[in-house]
Design a protein around this ligand. Structure first.
Ligand code: TEU
Ligand code: CA
Length: 541
């Protein structure tokens, strides 16, 4: 068994986690000061969103120096100390590896754009204009063309994200070797691995309009593994938006020596109109949602490994998106925790999820920090959408929803900063904060602690087979996990209404293992489920 197979990973978005010096920006000394909290929670690793030097066009996902720490976050000494202090608490630091692109302020690009003959020219993707315009009609994820014209040398460069995030040319061997050298620099420091940003894009062939899953993608990853990961006890998780189960097996089959696992986003995209963008939303079909989650559980059961998550720094808060963040906030937050943490794979918790933090509500575009939301707003306003429509969808899907400061206590600015936070603290911090949750056995936080411990203590949670029950039920999600003659039943009423459940599960029932209503018994043949009730019981013969 690998350490990451029964591990739980906690994602820290450093800007918003803990400020230590009153400048309103979370930093590495702040994270160190909260390691005891994470140890108490029981997590095995921190996925640290980027802390490298960056002009912050995309909050650090635009890196100008992979081997320097942004002064806002601290120094390299702070970073080294974080690794050591975390390791003391059996927590590993998983770094964010953003190598599909760099910042346009990275030295490689500064050189590359100088002249067509510069030795770094081919580190990026440069093309001549076609008919006086861009080489083709590929679009960037943050709006507009993926090609940006550069006066200096009268060519276009390629960028999948903002124009300050030029894509590296992975076909260039020197690019790949430079990335591997940089990765080894970090691995030698004793980090626990990498989360690989949009890694499925590195094999792109922009001239053929192939962006994800390019033909050489898996070759590159095997080469990368050989040059960096081989022989080291680390984990890797690739961010792969369009991945299919077949492809996920190629990445995560241990025999192939690529990655430990990937993030798949199929369940996350079920609220989008087919073939449109994340902003074109529709109601989620609950039955389809269960089907998709089940498909991934079943398909990756033998070769491959799943990562399990509801939200991250790009996605809305789970309790607001799928649950009920007012009347049933506590119940529904616990329900989604239970559903996810009883599945097979490695669970990820995004900071604040464990206390049921909610989406942010804005009224004006001036309140928005996120480049993706701002660009979409301006683009769509020109296309004739109304201000109200756009603000509405930003409130539902915008990335700032997850990026508000961590709510530690009920003091000024929720204990996040002594100064003015870079993004406002949510007004609900007086009720929703770590301090309030820590002492209460009924808290969401305590449910997370309990679930993490369950995974550690029960091989069934890590290895058990998964079987969906009641696939057509319109509001109940029920599944079984079985391992070595033992079976657990997980039942969740994903609705705000009382549900009378009748099923053909005729087994007698053992102990209640988890219940978000503190129930002491449960009869699966016939049960009354409270709003957002979730329960885990052992099934006997
Ligand atoms: O996100 C990848 C990505 O495709 C995003 O554009 C995603 O579709 C969008 O944010 C969903 O709202 C990664 C990082 O997680 C994100 O923060 C970065 O902005 C992006 O890559 C570029 O590095
Ligand atoms: Ca700070």
């Amino acid at each position: 068994m690998k350490w990451w197979q029964n591990a739980v990973i906690y994602q820290v978005y450093p800007r918003s986690f803990q400020d230590s010096n009153g400048d309103g920006i979370g930093d590495i000394p702040g994270i160190i000061s909260r390691l005891d909290y994470l140890e108490h929670l029981g997590v095995d690793a921190i996925w640290l969103s980027p802390v490298y030097d960056s002009p912050n066009d995309d909050n650090g996902y635009d890196i100008s120096d992979y081997q320097a720490i942004h002064p806002d976050f601290g120094t390299m000494e702070d970073m080294d100390r974080l690794i050591v202090e975390a390791n003391k608490r059996n927590i590993r630091i998983v770094m964010d590896l953003v190598v599909n692109h760099t910042s346009d302020e990275h030295q490689w690009f500064v050189e590359s754009r100088r002249s067509k003959t510069n030795e770094y020219r081919d580190f990026y993707i440069w093309r001549d204009p076609v008919n006086g315009g861009p080489p083709n009609d590929l679009k960037a994820a943050f709006g507009g063309s993926a090609w940006e014209y550069d006066e200096e040398t009268e060519q276009y460069y390629f960028h999948m994200f903002s124009k300050k995030q030029p894509d590296l040319n992975w076909e260039n061997e020197l690019v790949r070797q430079s990335v591997y050298t940089m990765m080894n620099y970090w691995l030698d420091k004793g980090i626990g691995g990498f989360r690989m940003d949009v890694i499925d894009l590195i094999g792109k062939l922009p001239d053929e309009k192939i962006t994800s899953n390019g033909p050489k993608l898996h070759d590159y990853l095997q080469e990368l593994h050989e040059a960096t990961l081989k022989g080291r006890d680390v984990m890797t998780v690739g961010e792969t938006w369009g991945v299919t189960p077949e492809n996920a097996k190629l990445y995560s089959d241990t025999e192939r020596h690529e990655l430990s696992m990937v993030f798949q986003f199929e369940h996350v995209q079920l609220d989008e109109q087919p073939n449109q963008s994340k902003w074109d939303i529709k109601e989620i079909d609950f039955i389809e949602w269960k089907e998709v989650l089940t498909k991934w559980q079943v398909e990756l059961k033998d070769n491959g490994w799943n990562s399990l998550f509801w939200n991250n720094h790009d996605l809305p808060r789970v309790v607001s998106r799928y649950g009920n963040d007012s009347e049933y906030r506590i119940e529904s937050a616990k329900l989604f925790a239970i559903l996810l943490h009883l599945m097979k794979g490695t669970p990820y918790i995004f900071q604040g999820e464990e206390i049921g933090m909610t989406n942010r509500t804005i009224e004006s575009i001036d309140e928005v920090d996120d480049i993706e939301s701002i660009n979409m707003y301006n683009e769509r306003l020109d296309e004739g959408y109304t201000h109200d429509e756009l603000i509405h969808v930003i409130n539902i899907k915008g990335r700032d929803n997850a990026r508000t400061p961590m709510q530690w206590d009920d003091s000024r600015q929720a204990g996040f900063t002594m100064g003015e936070p870079w993004l406002p603290v949510q007004p609900n911090y007086k009720e929703i904060n770590v301090d309030e949750s820590r002492d209460s056995s009924d808290s969401i936080l305590n449910t997370y602690r309990q679930l993490i411990k369950l995974r550690k203590d029960n091989p069934l949670v890590v290895w058990g087979d998964y079987e969906l029950l009641l696939p057509d039920h319109p509001s109940v999600y029920a599944y079984k996990r079985s391992y070595k003659g033992k079976t657990w039943l997980i039942v969740a009423n994903v609705s705000g209404k009382v549900e009378y459940l009748v099923s053909n599960v005729t087994n007698s029932v053992g102990d209640v293992i988890v219940s978000n209503y503190n129930k002491e018994s449960f009869d699966p043949k016939e049960a009354v489920l409270e709003p957002y009730e979730a329960i885990v019981v052992e099934l006997l013969d």
